[in-house]
Design a protein around this ligand. Structure first.
Ligand code: G3P
Ligand code: MG
Length: 235
């Protein structure tokens, strides 16, 4: 008999990033309001070792700053306006630290921290473990990354997922080797057969990024465990 799987989880991608500036307090608030069960947020480290929620390498697209985030000190990053680019009513939204973001979310919500690639893996890992402990969020956190080397030491302590955009078969094998609990494929590489194969191997499958409700329904019929969306309000 096929084991019964739970209902698919709605995961707000960078918060409710279709209706508020991504990765900000406003985007988290809107995701909570929309009933998302999990929020995905990208994690990077500033020059002085603070973990912050930010997607791009460069500051230009989503702030009034310029240059590379990882070359800036946290005190500089914390001054930036991360909301006006989206709409002037979000002026004054700030780049959040990981601990601030975690504290904004109710206990019932899960948090997907996606670790961006870095040349300072050890420093990032050490700080991440400390932040998760301080905030007592270990049971609520799903740590993911495109970089297997970042996940390898974490899979023993936390629930982890390997993210993949290409070479899905290879990524599936890698996720298993690492001891991940889930596989996070881009929607373009997902097939019914791959979802079944992942499930047979004991992996959950969370698919990114789907804003079209018809496509979301199809993936749910196929058995996807989670759907990342920029627009949890619509989905
Ligand atoms: O974690 C899934 C997805 O967020 C990966 O891509 O570039 O949106 O962080 P990206
Ligand atoms: Mg991401």
């Amino acid at each position: 008999m096929t084991p019964q799987r739970r209902a698919a989880v709605l995961i707000a991608h960078r918060g409710a990033s279709a209706v508020a500036p991504e990765s900000t307090r406003a985007a988290i608030r809107e995701a909570i309001r929309a009933g998302a069960r999990m929020i995905e947020l990208d994690v990077q480290m500033t020059r002085d070792g603070r973990l912050v929620i930010f997607h791009d390498d460069q500051l230009e697209r989503t702030t009034d700053g310029s240059g590379r985030l990882r070359t800036m000190r946290y005190a500089q990053v914390a001054q930036l306006d991360a909301g006006s680019w989206f709409h002037r009513r979000f002026a004054g939204e700030r780049i959040l630290t990981v601990s601030q973001a975690i504290r904004l979310m109710p206990q019932r919500m899960r948090i997907n921290l996606e670790l961006k690639r870095t040349s300072q893996r050890q420093a990032l890992l050490g700080r991440l473990v400390r932040v998760i402990r301080w905030t007592r969020a270990a049971r609520r956190v799903l740590v993911s990354s495109f970089d297997p080397a970042l996940l390898e030491p974490l899979c023993r302590q936390f629930t982890c997922a390997l993210v993949c955009r290409r070479r899905p078969e290879h990524a599936l094998q890698q996720a298993l080797r690492l001891g991940c609990a889930a596989w996070h494929p881009h929607v373009s590489v997902v097939t019914l057969e791959r979802i079944r194969r992942a499930h047979r191997a004991g992996l959950d499958v969370n698919v990114w990024v789907v804003d079209d409700p018809r496509r979301a329904r199809q993936l749910i019929r196929w058995g996807a465990d989670g759907i990342f969306t920029n627009d949890p309000v619509r989905l």
